[in-house]
Write a new protein. Sequence first.
Length: 378
Amino acid sequence: MLELKELTKVFGSGDDTFVAVDNINLTVEKGQFVVLIGPSGCGKTTTLKMINHLVKKTSGDIIINGKSTSNLDVVELRRDIGYVIQSIGLFPHLNIANNVEIVPKLKKVPKEDRRKRTYELMDLVGLDPDIYAERYPAELSGGQQQRVGVLRALAAEPDLILMDEPFGALDPITRDQLQEEMKDLQQRLNKTIVFVTHDMDEALAMADVIVLMKDGHIVQAASPEEMLRNPANEFVREFIGEDRLAPQPDITPVSDIMVTNPMVVEAKDKPRDVLGRMKKSSTDIAVVTKGSGRRVYGYVTANRIQSQQGKASSVEELVTETVVTVRGNTTVRDAAASLASDTRILVVVDRQNRPVGLVTRAWLLQSLVELWDESSSD
Ligand SMILES: Nc1ncnc2c1ncn2[C@@H]1O[C@H](COP(=O)(O)OP(=O)(O)OP(=O)(O)O)[C@@H](O)[C@H]1O
Ligand SMILES: [Mg+2]
């Protein structure tokens, strides 16, 4: 969707030049939430502004949907890219509805359609249009104004939205709330977002990909999990902070502690055959799936098969159906919280509810204790 190719910005001229962005390469997929982060002055805003040509690039290229933006009309380009920043804010002399509709109006969207969309968007972020549409920005709280800023960027129906520290000036509670709303909106509307922050917690909470910059370079671009697990170098470690890096039950995913490739059998399989397979692979538990979708149905233990042998014609009759399923990215802590008193195993499943791993109750609780010990030992 968006590609930055050897993108460079040099400010100044003659002897007095400064390389603010140095030959960066980045690919952003459609629907991704990418967060640019790094110390003050590392080139985040400059990178963002080159994307919508608010800052003219020195060299390299910016490609949107496969097309170089070099020769595109700047005005058109900006109308198709949403842009949210803290400091520009809203136009004080326009009421909220008119603020939201600036770009749609420029695009000559008929008034009725515009208004309908504005009301929908306001509802979406919990601003009652009947109360707020006619108000002026000064009559809104900071958090409400910021929501309108986000709406304004969305109202033009852009596929790509650039956000430069949009929640920087808000109190922590409003910020948390807006982060959640923003992430939710982005996923529901499938928008591609490039978001600048210097707050690592914000990056970890929202990003699909974190791009950590330093002195105009990209030091590491990775998912939050990957960055926490494998920081590229000492700078990344330091920037993330040791306390976030220690293995902790509230960030370690169950996929880190699960048994991969558990034995999986089908509900219609014969108990005798399953027992044979269990002996061969020295396991005493198997995940049972049912139907062509290979969805998890329950589990069966060697004990149960042995005690019932002969009576049951298929595994289905012996299955324990009270099985708890979790996704691989569920944290160890959350997985432990989902245990019921009679839960013996958790089956880790993919999006389609197909088994990808297995965690026993005992193993999960032991891991929980170990992770807690590790994270509090220093
Ligand atoms: N118009 C300009 N002329 C000269 N230098 C500039 C200009 N704009 C930015 N710079 C310099 O380029 C570097 C990168 O600036 P940029 O605004 O991209 O930083 P940033 O990563 O967004 O920092 P912050 O977190 O403080 O917002 C800085 O050293 C800045 O001083
Ligand atoms: Mg900046």
